[in-house]
Design a protein around this ligand. Structure first.
Ligand SMILES: [Zn+2]
Length: 221
């Protein structure tokens, strides 16, 4: 499935504001997987477009949680409507870069009592967006919060899910330059419980953590 940036009108489930938004439904395919499981394919970095901020009340969530009203037709770029919508969307992108969208999504998720694992994955995606924005401070914030929530979720998980979350706690620690902590987390991961495609990458990043190397790694699949 290719990458398609959809231009549509959504309705907020909280305040019923209707507003234009740009969304994506798929990461695309044929790309590369980074060692913290950030998948990159195609020309568009997709993660910011999975989440929508309501301009009325700032409720923020994956776009599937909003009511989809219609897709906009493709107007010519000189059409006055297109110019107004384009200006609105540019302003939304400026106000809410991906890292900020995921921070707001965590706030909205907390209000409805979301669990630690869900919060952790929102922060993990937020850290990928911050990296794309070259915002090291936001990346660190999201990484630390992701690790804390993955850690809190870990006790209630078993099997493959526990192994993957343990892997992520270790890998986030390695990327934060906290190698002792990374090695403790990696030591708790049962290799046979990891999905097969993650096992060679796991052994490599564990090796790197032991050498005090926090550099990004691409997982070969
Ligand atoms: Zn709203």
């Amino acid at each position: 499935m290719g990458q398609i940036l959809e231009f549509c009108r959504l309705r907020c489930p909280e305040c019923y504001t209707t507003f234009p938004a740009e969304i994506m439904r798929s990461t695309g395919s044929g790309g590369v997987l980074e060692s913290d499981l950030c998948y990159r394919a195609g020309n568009i970095f997709p993660y910011p477009f999975f989440v929508v901020v309501c301009p009325g009340c700032r409720f923020t969530a994956y776009h599937q949680e909003f009511d989809f009203l219609c897709e906009f037709p493709h107007y010519s770029e000189y059409h006055p409507l297109q110019r107004a919508l384009g200006a609105f969307l540019r302003e939304q992108r400026r106000l809410y870069p991906g890292s900020e969208k995921y921070r707001l999504a965590v706030q909205s998720a907390r209000k409805r009592g979301a669990g630690a694992l869900e919060i952790a994955y929102l922060h993990l995606r937020g850290s990928w967006c911050a990296r794309e924005e070259k915002n090291r401070e936001a990346e660190r914030y999201h990484q630390e919060e992701a690790r804390r929530h993955f850690g809190a979720a870990l006790g209630g998980l078993t099997g493959m899910e526990a192994a993957v979350v343990g892997y992520l706690v270790g890998e986030i620690s390695r990327r934060l330059g906290e190698f002792d902590r990374a090695l403790v987390a990696f030591a708790s991961v049962e290799v046979e419980s990891l999905p097969e495609w993650l096992r060679p990458g796991f052994l490599r990043v564990r090796e790197r953590a032991a050498c005090g190397d926090g550099a990004p790694e691409i997982l070969r699949r």
